[in-house]
Design a protein around this ligand. Structure first.
Ligand SMILES: CC(C)(COP(=O)(O)OP(=O)(O)OC[C@H]1O[C@@H](n2cnc3c(N)ncnc32)[C@H](O)[C@@H]1OP(=O)(O)O)[C@@H](O)C(=O)NCCC(=O)NCCS
Length: 319
């Protein structure tokens, strides 16, 4: 069995085979475009590859996306080998090929100095536990925003590319001291935003859209939110505030809700990091474990975090 980078006709076949599972409501053509576009972004072109396991006859049997996420674990900068879209051809299932492609990619990552492997399981924890992954609890909460009559007097504008370094700085400050986080530099934040915007833009009109707003002081962003808006409500993908109390972040949400005073308040769900205090205008309720199970497996000799408060991870960085 040989591990190869999936390109050309091979990649086409994998796109065709995985479309029924991971189409996110996109057409077949749009699904191919969405995948290709992610790999053409600045961050994606360096950090995202699709691999295939090919048998002796030259036929692919399994495939997976492999990310190289920059992380900080227990104060040390390192890399996570992230897995996405782990897939075995239906007629080849049950022969251990999914396990085999994961092991081969991990061996390669070990050679490149990766500290951990990580993934979000859509099929429960058992399969990946057998492969040495451990569940890292992430909480999902409902964000309840106190609505006052009218809008707080604060300037909120659309976020722009020039705001991204300020977002990166907020993340670094707010996540300091937490055992595990992604190092969210400007290219990664740009990738996360682009991925969502591409999905919204390529999808059926009205299905979902992405909103990015900042509050500014002087000329720099001091608080922000990124939301995915769909019929089911808002997903707070990521957020930040330069001030630890988070009052401006809370006010941004109040301003956004005040845009449509006659509408009932949408359901707002988030993976709100435990280390981030809730702003005064916000209550976090209905705390449940996130539906997608985050799992880590050590590659180097490192302990992986086991408590929600050990992890600072936004829904934005789901992969
Ligand atoms: C999951 C998947 C990658 C496993 O591939 P595989 O090459 O057959 O895997 P292996 O031979 O190494 O292991 C087979 C095991 O997969 C597990 N498995 C397969 N599908 C599963 C599912 N939907 N839920 C839970 N476990 C599942 C079973 O435990 C099975 O063990 P069994 O043979 O004892 O029943 C394959 O079934 C697949 O491509 N599924 C569709 C895509 C998918 O859901 N990927 C996972 C995304 S997180």
């Amino acid at each position: 069995m040989k591990l190869v980078i999936a390109e050309g006709a091979l990649l086409e076949e994998i796109i065709e085979a995985t479309f029924p599972i991971w189409n996110e409501g996109l057409s077949r053509a749009a699904y191919a475009q969405w995948n290709a576009a992610q790999m053409r972004t600045e961050w994606g072109s360096e950090h995202l590859h699709r691999f295939a396991l090919v048998d002796e006859r030259g036929r692919w049997v399994a495939s997976a996306k492999r990310y190289r996420h920059p992380i900080r674990l227990d104060g040390a900068d390192g890399t996570m080998c992230g897995f996405g879209a782990v897939f075995t051809r239906p007629e080849e299932r049950g022969h251990g090929y999914a396990g085999a492609i994961i092991e081969q990619i991990i061996e390669r990552a070990r050679g490149e100095g990766a500290a951990v492997a990580g993934l979000f399981s859509e099929i429960g924890g058992t399969f990946y536990k057998r492969l040495g992954f451990q569940t890292v609890p992430l909480d999902e909460v409902t964000v309840h925003v106190e609505r006052k009559g009218g809008s707080p007097a604060m300037l909120v504008r659309s976020g722009e590319e020039r705001d991204l370094p300020a977002l990166a700085a907020m993340h670094e400050t707010r996540s300091a001291g937490v055992r595990f986080t992604l190092r969210r530099g400007t290219p990664l934040i740009h990738y996360a935003l682009s991925k969502k915007r591409l999905l919204a833009g390529l999808g059926p009109r009205g299905l979902r859209h992405t909103e990015f707003f900042v509050a500014e002081e002087g000329i720099s962003a001091v608080a922000y939110v990124v939301l995915t808006v769909s019929a089911g409500g808002w997903t707070l993908e990521e957020a930040g505030d330069r001030d630890p109390a988070g009052a401006r972040l809370g006010a941004i949400l109040q301003v956004l809700l005040a845009r449509e005073p006659s509408h009932s308040t949408p359901l707002i769900r988030a993976w709100w990091p435990t280390a981030l205090p809730a702003p005064p205008q916000i209550r976090l309720v209905d705390r449940v474990p996130a539906r997608d199970i985050f799992m880590l497996r050590p590659i180097a000799n490192v302990p992986v975090p086991t408590r929600p408060e050990d992890v600072f991870y936004w829904r934005s960085d789901y992969f």
